[in-house]
Design a protein around this ligand. Structure first.
Ligand code: XLS
Ligand code: CA
Ligand code: CA
Length: 438
């Protein structure tokens, strides 16, 4: 078989290695808390950035070659399949995520577009069989084509809604055929630019209708995986309905979709929403909708979606802490929704990006495991709420207390009991030590 990348199998060489094409921390078979790093981290390749994104931006053309030697439309897309699997094999990545339009181009009409998709999906299926690599999740790109200029599920035009539904039906078929564990809704154009032309209530009702149809259809076809909503506050739309984890939760509960849907939390989208990555993961986890992660990072100096490979061990540690506390991934995983910078235009740069991301999360996993086994951070929190385990606090939690009984208690108390320090600086210093020593 043709080799697309002049790169050798990337191996674990340990923290002392100076070989940039090796893992310093990601040792796939190493056991952490009873499970291999490979099984904890469930790394996935993003088809769009890795095999399609050529570095084009608002001000300049692409800088990276992504035709992989293909001449015609479908040949290019077929070569992406072989290049993608070669890359995943060389990096030891076990999963991939895709949009329908990353896999195959649009044809002259929907029927032809679907044929293109089937043709490339068949090649993907063969490569999956050959390598054992699996599909983490699939999705439909309902944002690039001009027909979606006013949205897809939230378009004011019922014909566009119908087209989006047809596209989603097919994307679900392909996801099921590839054994995908999840199906994502990311609403890049599901929002609005101005209220002067928008019926917000009606648009959200319609989005829920589309999601219900998707669940009904997929479950009818035997899909047992998770549906995900991926929150993002803005870009490309000014106001996106799935702003953050909390607003997405309200939507899911309002429309009764919370049993089928979980959240796919992206680091970069958390930043854009003015939250930390860990905040978004925590909100998902404590509300029972933690699902999957798009592992990347933004840039604190830029206000847009830079989709960089993640290199902050601090953020990765806090992310993996939430993953471990959620009981680990079930259908989800860590999808590197990330691209090399426009100036990093060679294939090797993509390998270096993945290596950096995988090492960052491997170290993050070690640190998170240490945070839990060390016990000081969790112990501090447990003590901090200790007043709710006895006396009046216990009555509050058990539901025995009323405003009247609390008033009687307060009247007797005199000045409110003295508060204890929150010890933020001490805890931050413990966290640093745990990361350094992990
Ligand atoms: C864009 C999103 C997108 C989703 C899948 O910002 O991250 O790539 O992950 O449609
Ligand atoms: Ca994403
Ligand atoms: Ca993004």
């Amino acid at each position: 078989m043709k080799e697309f990348f002049n790169v050798r199998q990337v191996k674990y060489e340990g923290p002392e290695s100076i070989n940039p094409a090796s893992f310093k921390y990601y040792d796939a078979n190493r056991k952490v808390a009873g499970k291999s790093m490979r099984d904890h981290l469930k790394f996935a390749l993003s088809w769009w950035h890795t095999l399609c994104g050529d570095g084009a931006d608002m001000f300049g053309r692409g800088t990276a070659e992504k035709t992989f030697g293909g001449k015609t439309g479908l040949e290019i897309y077929e070569n992406k399949v072989y290049a993608g699997f070669e890359m995943m094999e060389k990096l030891g990545i076990g999963y991939f995520c895709f949009h329908d339009r990353d896999l195959a181009p649009e044809g002259r009409n929907l029927a032809e577009t679907n044929e293109n998709l089937d043709c490339i999906a068949a090649a993907v299926q063969k490569e999956m069989k050959r390598t054992g690599i699996e599909c983490l999740w699939g999705t439909a790109n309902c944002f690039t084509h001009p027909r979606y200029l006013h949205g897809a599920g939230t378009s004011p035009n019922a014909d566009v809604f119908a087209f989006a539904a047809a596209q989603i039906k097919k994307a679900i078929d392909v996801t099921i055929a590839l054994g995908g564990r999840g199906y994502v809704f990311w609403g890049g154009r599901e929002g609005y630019e101005t209220l002067l032309n928008t019926d917000v209530g009606f648009e959200q009702d319609n989005m829920a209708r589309l999601m219900r149809m998707a669940v009904g259809y997929a479950r009818g076809k035997g899909f047992k995986g998770d549906f995900y909503i991926e929150p993002k506050p803005k870009e490309p739309t000014k106001h996106q309905y799935d702003f953050d984890a909390a607003s997405t939760l309200a939507f899911l509960f309002k429309y009764g979709l919370e049993k089928d849907f979980k959240l796919n939390i992206e680091a970069n989208h958390a930043t854009l929403a003015g939250h930390t990555f860990q905040h978004e993961l925590r909100i998902a986890r404590v509300n029972g909708v933690f699902g999957s992660v798009d592992a990347n990072s933004g840039d604190s100096l830029l206000g847009w979606d830079t989709d960089q490979f993640p290199t902050s061990v601090y953020d990765a540690a806090l992310c993996m802490y939430e993953v471990l506390k959620a009981g680990g991934f079930t259908n989800g995983g860590l999808n590197f929704d990330a691209k090399a910078r426009r100036g990093s235009f060679t294939p090797e740069d993509i390998f270096y990006g993945y290596i950096a991301g995988m090492d960052t999360f491997a170290k993050g996993l070690l640190a998170a495991d240490k945070m839990i086994s060390d016990g000081r951070l969790e112990g501090f929190i447990a003590d901090r709420y200790g007043s709710y385990r006895t006396g009046i606090g216990k009555d509050v939690v058990s539901g025995k207390a009323t405003l009247e009984t609390l008033e009687a208690y307060a009247l007797k108390m005199g000045e409110a009991a003295s508060n204890a320090s929150g010890r933020q600086e001490m805890l931050e210093s413990i966290l640093n030590a745990l990361i350094f020593n992990s």
